[in-house]
Design a protein around this ligand. Sequence first.
Ligand code: AMP
Length: 217
Amino acid sequence: MIRLVLFGRQGAGKGTQASMLSEHYKAPHISTGDMLREAVAEGTAVGTRVRAILDAGELVPDETMLEVIKDRLDHDDVQQHGFLLDGFPRTVGQAKSLLKITVVDLAVDLDVPEGLVLDRISSRRVCQQGHIYTVGDHAAQSGVCPVDGTPVVQRDDDTPDAVTARLDAYKVKTAVAMAYFDSQGLLLTVDGVGDPETVFHRLVSAIDERLDNDARW
Ligand code: AMP
């Protein structure tokens, strides 16, 4: 089993890489953003509470996020296969709480400069199940996801104001969460620039090498 946290600013390709890594390591991909968007779509109590926060690109309070994540980590698939966390933790409070409720083998920072992510976000399109496309893709142009048949649209929070708010939150809050993992000897930074396959292979070799070394000591 493997317990990984994946950091990366919006548009860094974090969701795509998290899916690929989850398949490779046979560990469930847990995206708190997807879970919250689903809660909003279903109109659950949590969904109603967080809808406006998501649309503004701001962070949901730590207490709500902890409820959501604790509940998810209790499921059997996580107990058996570990996890690949995508989008959690995003604050130092969440990072400290996470390390109190579970072991984390490694936190990976998928590093892509801010200038590059802006273009990617404005051309990003997603389906209701979280499959990610670019504006020129056939799926985006037809508006139907070839994997699950749900509509392919632009995310409500991919507007310029919300994107700026999310990038600011990343710089101000998530950077501190990453520094906390670093202080615990758990952070690995990997260059996230390149096509998805190249970045994926780079990630797997860096993760395997680091975990092998940790196991030897
Ligand atoms: P994402 O899909 O990871 O970009 O997340 C979409 C939105 O969900 C974020 O802009 C936040 O509003 C909210 N969100 C997701 N994960 C967290 C978290 N760990 N802490 C606070 N807010 C979160």
